[in-house]
Design a protein around this ligand. Structure first.
Ligand SMILES: NC(=O)c1ccc[n+]([C@@H]2O[C@H](COP(=O)([O-])OP(=O)(O)OC[C@H]3O[C@@H](n4cnc5c(N)ncnc54)[C@H](O)[C@@H]3O)[C@@H](O)[C@H]2O)c1
Ligand SMILES: O=c1ccn([C@@H]2O[C@H](COP(=O)(O)OP(=O)(O)O[C@H]3O[C@H](CO)[C@@H](O)[C@H](O)[C@H]3O)[C@@H](O)[C@H]2O)c(=O)[nH]1
Length: 468
């Protein structure tokens, strides 16, 4: 919405949210999320044609176009628990729009939703409309966190789905006009509602599938002496395949991939497509396998136990250049190590101690609900087993092992000689992001494990996956 405000000075944008602390933060000098370049965009427009408010009803009533970007979590109970999208927040937003509207509106699905959600939303709006006309459009968002501003500035495509009626087509044109302020019109694709809704789930599933494919290869590389970076480079050079999204890692995280694939799996199951559902489920299963494989490497390398040993965790966010920890691989890796009674010392340049402790104490999928609806926290023995520190040197001081779980640039430039000197010996480093120079670190004296890379002789003789 901030980008629309920046590029369309003739349009007034009001961002409304029921969460007062979030709106207060959007109106302050410290925005509620860390995203490179976002501060500048918000500051350029705020108070001119970009406003943040909790007066949801008033601003919705006044608007001609309403973008609904509420959370669409994975259901945690009832039918489809653990897979289906929970549309509670979407439905309540739709009912509120119907209640307060006195003029015709275009309602835009910006949240990622199951296919056919627009049909349900249309029914809610049209059965409660008091004579107002609503047109529903699907306009899924493809930005990635950490590069959101670049992605929005120059999107590969903008997708708009709508009804194939004259009114539907008119609504599509109105939204197209907004994006056409800065996006070349040949990048604005229009299609039917169901194709647009499904395209979003399909894009995320296929992106995540590439990561799971390369991560599956990384296990085979370790078993055979191949180097996953070389294999991915060779494969990606094929112009039919392309080089993006082929970085092997400790596993993908983030608020979208797992949630959207599980949602896709559930839709397939509901349509009786068991084989298709199982195919996509495998993308998430390989991701879970990759995270647990990493934990097993750590434990087996360090004499099959990390109990009582200090292990430094460098990076907690789900990727670099964001403070977001939703579904971060670090959460599962930390749980695995805490299960083996390791003493974790965690450092991330953008994630607060409070956030890390919350993440480690929270039930799966609870993060996508407002705090007052979350189950009571389940504090792991975090006070005894976890400390959160302010730099990488403090985290690694006296540690037996170091795990790199986010690819922050600063981890490439650390003084590893100094880190080595401060650690217990043998000193282990487990690179879940392939950011360090393995040869250089081995020269210093570290025993190094790097995902999908030829194994250190120390690790080589150990079983790839000790029994759990
Ligand atoms: N985060 C991303 O990078 C990204 C990218 C593409 C798509 N999406 C999709 O966008 C949606 C939102 O994602 P997010 O990361 O911004 O989630 P979020 O949980 O950070 O934000 C959702 C916001 O909606 C507010 N909200 C809930 N019900 C409301 C209501 N009735 N009225 C007003 N506000 C209400 C919540 O208070 C919350 O602040 C999801 O469907 C997600 O899958 C997210
Ligand atoms: O080669 C790669 C690329 C990514 N990742 C990991 O995959 C996760 C997701 O990364 P990324 O896709 O860059 O960030 P998101 O913000 O989750 O963006 C995804 O999810 C958004 C929400 O749906 C979509 O809008 C975006 O198009 C889609 O890329 C992160 O943990 C990355 O570290 C890898 O392990 N290897």
């Amino acid at each position: 919405m901030a980008m629309i405000a920046l590029k369309c000075p003739d349009i007034q944008v009001v961002v409304v949210d029921i969460a007062m602390p979030r709106i207060n933060a959007w109106n302050s000098d410290t925005l509620p999320i860390f995203e490179p370049g976002l501060d500048e965009v918000v500051k350029a427009c705020r108070g001119k044609n970009l406003f943040f408010s909790t007066d949801v009803e008033r601003h919705v009533a006044e608007a001609e176009i309403v973008f609904v970007s509420v959370n669409t979590p994975t259901k945690t109970s009832g039918l489809g628990a653990g897979k289906a999208a929970d549309l509670t927040y979407w439905e309540s937003a739709a009912r509120m729009i119907a209640d307060v509207s006195k003029s015709d509106k275009i309602v835009v699905e910006k949240s990622t939703v199951p296919v056919k959600t627009a049909e349900a939303i249309e029914k809610i709006l049209n059965h409660n409309c008091n004579g107002v006309n609503f047109q529903i459009l699907s306009n899924p968002e493809f930005l990635a966190e950490g590069t959101a501003i670049e992605d929005l500035m120059k999107p590969d495509r903008v997708l708009i789905g709508g009804r194939e009626t004259p009114e539907g087509q008119k609504a599509i044109e109105a939204l197209k006009d907004v994006y056409a302020h800065w996006v070349p019109t040949d990048c604005i694709i229009t299609m039917n509602l169901w194709s647009a809704e499904l395209s979003k789930l399909a894009a995320n599933a296929i992106l995540a599938q590439r990561i799971s494919s390369v991560n599956a290869m990384s296990a085979l590389c370790e078993a055979t002496g191949a180097d996953v970076t070389e294999v991915a480079y060779a494969v990606g050079k094929d112009s039919r395949i392309g080089s993006c999204f082929l970085n092997a890692s400790v596993g993908f995280g983030g608020s979208c991939f797992q949630k959207d694939i599980l949602n896709l799996v559930y839709i397939c199951e509901c349509n009786g497509l068991t084989e298709v559902a199982n195919y996509w489920k495998q993308v998430v299963q390989i991701n879970d396998y990759q995270k647990s494989r990493f934990v097993k490497r750590v434990v087996s390398s360090m004499f099959n136990t990390v109990s009582g040993k200090k292990v430094a965790i460098l990076g907690f966010a789900f990727k670099k250049d964001t403070g977001d920890t939703r579904e971060a691989a670090a959460i599962d890796v930390c749980h695995g190590l805490i299960g083996d009674k390791a003493q974790l010392s965690i450092y991330d340049p953008q994630v607060t101690e409070a956030q890390i402790l919350r993440d480690l104490a929270m039930d799966k999928f609870d993060w996508d609900h407002p705090q007052h609806l979350q189950k009571p926290l389940n504090p792991v023995d975090t006070t005894k087993l976890v400390s959160v520190v302010v730099d990488a040197y403090e985290a690694t001081k006296g540690a037996h092992g170091v795990c790199i779980l986010t690819e922050w640039d600063e981890f490439k430039k650390l003084d590893y000689k100094r880190i080595y000197e401060g650690m217990q010996k043998p000193a282990f480093i487990f690179d879940g992001r392939n950011v360090i120079d393995v040869a250089e670190l081995r020269k210093i004296g570290f025993i190094v494990y790097s995902v999908g890379k030829p194994l250190d002789p120390w690790v080589k003789d150990l079983p790839a996956a000790p029994p759990s």
